[in-house]
Design a protein around this ligand. Sequence first.
Ligand SMILES: Nc1ncnc2c1ncn2[C@@H]1O[C@H](COP(=O)(O)OP(=O)(O)O)[C@@H](O)[C@H]1O
Ligand SMILES: [Mg+2]
Length: 417
Amino acid sequence: MTAMLCLKGQCGRNMQPENNNQKQVHLSQRADSLDASREHQRIRLEAVSKHWGDTTAVDQISFDVTPGEFVILLGPSGCGKSTTLRMVAGLEQASAGQIHIGERNVTHLPPGDRGISMVFQTYALFPHLSVADNIVFGLRSRKVPKAERRERLARVAQLVDLEAYLERKPAQLSGGQRQRVALARAIISEHPICLMDEPLSNLDARLRGEMRREIKALQQRLGMTVIYVTHDQVEAMSMGDRVILMQKGRIVQDGTPAELYDRPATSFVAGFIGSPAMNLVKLAAAADGAVIEGEPRCNVAPHAAKGHWLGVRPEDIRLLSPDATGVPAEVVDAEYLGADTIVQVRVGEQQLRVRFDGKPNVVAVAECRLQWRCQAAHFFAADDGQRLTIVGHELVPDSEARVSPNIARIDSPGVNR
Ligand SMILES: Nc1ncnc2c1ncn2[C@@H]1O[C@H](COP(=O)(O)OP(=O)(O)O)[C@@H](O)[C@H]1O
Ligand SMILES: [Mg+2]
């Protein structure tokens, strides 16, 4: 009943309601047969730049979005995400480069001719209009007949669970409900491409989690092509089929969430993805290898790694008692989070975070040892932060290496009170 919203022209608007199972079979069959006809949803950016006087907001970025894909533009504030999205929407003119939607070069087309809808961080609802009138506002300006407007409104209101609120004014709604009105307005337009700019940042944490799942489910049900801007890596990792991470107007990595997590292309990506982020420590030269700066007792990498950065994720580090092998460290602090604990440790002059399943028995200043598997060690160049191909040392003795890390971690709470 809902698929026609995105697959314009492929299914009639007068379809009768059907149950969910029927709908899924129906949708998957249709997805196969429509792959070719969805090419008009493909988005392609070629060396697109945006300059404001001396400021370069976006610097020659290129990427492709496949029809039906959910792509995240991720990065810190000011890195050019919104500008990129607004250029795709036609709300900003590109200073250079080309933007294609399907076969059409839309670089110089006005927003209305690009066949897209957009959801902003501020919901941009009209306060004096009811929820229903807000949702159908665009249809009314496009002179869609009243009967059809009413029919589409009923369908979309049901989809986003707003049927009971259609007569209310935006001020009488919660943040989540207002956000759903903004979403409904985008969906009712039946454009197969939806661009979203930080649509959840005004919501509290619990609601954000709910809306993340709702938006993702909706996108999949409708087969929409989505570019979604956020600075929140959790949002990016949990929603995106693909994540494009930007820094200072450029793309630093474009890949699946797992690719960004498992093989960060630069130290910036390593520090941005993951919560808490990957530990990054400076390496110094030792007689026969490289050690963490300030802690000369344990080699962690071959000599070639000296002067560069070593990255290890908090969840890849085992916290062991001081009689174990490994990197000598001292507990600084422990933050108990329920399911796990983030233990802050000092190695030489540098601090690292270790994720511990459950609640370890540790106190400040206690001595401990750290271990990680050599596959868990990432290396990044000191000058430009680029990923280096260096294999770390195995800190785990052979006999222990075969123990599953989780079991080993539960077995080894480390330091006694
Ligand atoms: N209208 C504008 N005039 C001048 N500079 C702008 C304008 N819009 C954005 N910028 C600048 O472009 C850069 C990127 O902005 P933006 O795309 O909004 O970043 P993001 O969405 O990633 O936070 C920032 O340095 C910002 O100050
Ligand atoms: Mg922005």
